[in-house]
Design a protein around this ligand. Structure first.
Ligand code: E4P
Length: 216
């Protein structure tokens, strides 16, 4: 399973990106808007700190403009993934970029039918938004399961990346339903890593070891 950090915060990225289990960094316009640098400058800074894929979401409306924006960003990154927000213009641009060998992600996907169209356009990844679906009373996990099943049944190679993930339980739930990737905040990544029983066990082992060593 691929695991991405969903952030443009350079301190956060430096903090964890050396960890070998992280596959890169995903961004979106809202995430970039929290920084005080121009978008291209932030993307370059992220690229310098990440040994993995760096994802950038296009902001233009028309497919030709989207392709041009993508090509400018691809120049800056070692392993780019271009995110396209779901829509007819994005599907057209996705197809063009895929044919040029550029990895793509159709994002803001909220139905299996949208996911099918993204796969048909050649998207490398599609992003069902689990948290935002649950927020409006829909079944985010069922959506993941249905998308994975349809891709399998249709032999579509597009990978499902779970987005809008709110907890480590979401990560496990989407992994067990066949999602090949997940993107998450540092908070959720830490939830994956940490457990109070691990902490308690470490203290106990350390205390027992010290007692034993002092007795010898
Ligand atoms: C990732 O591609 C998405 O942009 C992100 O996971 C959305 O998460 P949010 O719903 O917490 O903003």
């Amino acid at each position: 399973m691929e695991i991405y950090l969903d952030t443009a915060n350079l301190e956060e990225i430096e903090h964890v990106m050396q960890l070998p289990m992280l596959d890169g960094v995903t961004t979106n316009p809202s995430i970039l808007s929290k920084q005080n640098l121009q978008p291209k400058a932030i993307m370059k800074e992220i690229n310098q700190r990440v040994d993995g894929k760096v994802w950038y979401q296009l902001t233009k409306d028309k497919s030709e403009e989207m392709v041009n924006e993508a090509l400018e960003i691809v120049e800056l990154l070692d392993h780019p993934v271009i995110k396209l927000p779901m829509g007819i213009e994005a599907l057209k641009a996705c197809s063009v970029l895929t044919k040029q060998g550029i990895e793509t992600n159709m994002t803001l996907v909220f139905s299996v039918s949208q996911a099918i169209l993204a796969a048909k356009a050649g998207a490398t990844y599609v992003s069902p938004y689990i948290g935002r679906m649950n927020d409006i009373g829909l079944e985010g996990l069922q959506f993941i399961e249905d998308t994975v099943n349809v891709f399998k049944a249709q032999e579509m190679s597009t990978k499902v990346i779970g987005a809008s993930i709110r907890s480590n339980h979401d990560v496990v739930a989407i992994a067990s339903r066949g999602a090949k990737a997940a993107t998450m905040s540092l908070k959720v990544f830490k939830q994956m890593l940490e457990h109070p029983m691990t902490d308690k066990g470490l203290v106990q082992f350390s205390e027992d070891w010290n007692v034993y060593q002092n007795r010898l």
